[in-house]
Design a protein around this ligand. Sequence first.
Ligand code: FE2
Length: 293
Amino acid sequence: MINVPIIDAYRPLSYAWNYIIPLGCMHMESKAFDVMAYRRTIREGLAMGASFVLLGDNGDFILPGDRKRYRQSNIVKALAGKDNQIEHTICYQYDLLRPIKGHIAAVLMGNHEEACLHFHEVDPAAELAERLGVPYLGMFGAIRWHTMRRDGKSGGTMLHVLHHGAWVSKAAMPQAAVDWFTKNTPQADIITFAHNHTESPVPIPCFDFPRQGASATKRLRYIVACGTMRENYSSEPGDAPGYDVVKGMGVTAIGAPLIAWRRKNLCGGEGHRRVKNRAAGIPSDWIEIRVTI
Ligand SMILES: [Fe+2]
């Protein structure tokens, strides 16, 4: 059995926009975490009723055994040199996330949490998810976003695939990521990943060939690289050079994309809609997605 976690999230059926803000690679206890950008993002998201997803590398987790832990340039003062570092870091993250508790749809782990699990037998992302009371997807999973009719029946579903990311590139959108997702997750309507610390939405229009019936339709999907909240090239004079400097990484995109999605108004019925949409040359699927960075 293939065991990729899939969860369901529900929104009332309406033709108004729903919003999702993916928070990727925040590295919250890092000194380079841009707390102002984070607070601005969650404040704006809350004001518009957005849901948030945490795409992993929520924390840096420079831990015992890794001597970088003792560098003042790496970690916020509140945590530098502390014993029981994992527990303190999870508490620190929880406090920062408290304002959006109840608005987070899912938590993922990144390679930093995976390294923590590998070396210290603790998955801090799973622990964070549990304390927040939020479903945990590991490094790769999916959310079915349902619009629910008043009678309790589904008014349509948007399939959202989430991955922490593994495709590092100096390009804003790693071609390897586009190739991997288009090949392996063809049903996804929206794909979000992080890890690259770049922000870039790529529209992927595709054909939908019906199992029955004569005419194919079009669908517009998106693959979105979701940025970071960790500033790079931020070491102070005298600090050890960071990974970004050593590896010659590009300027990072601080912030998070805004994904808007809604059910189209299908007045006129299925047949009418398809004819009308084909004539207009727009995707004929029921869902409409926009991504802003
Ligand atoms: Fe990462």
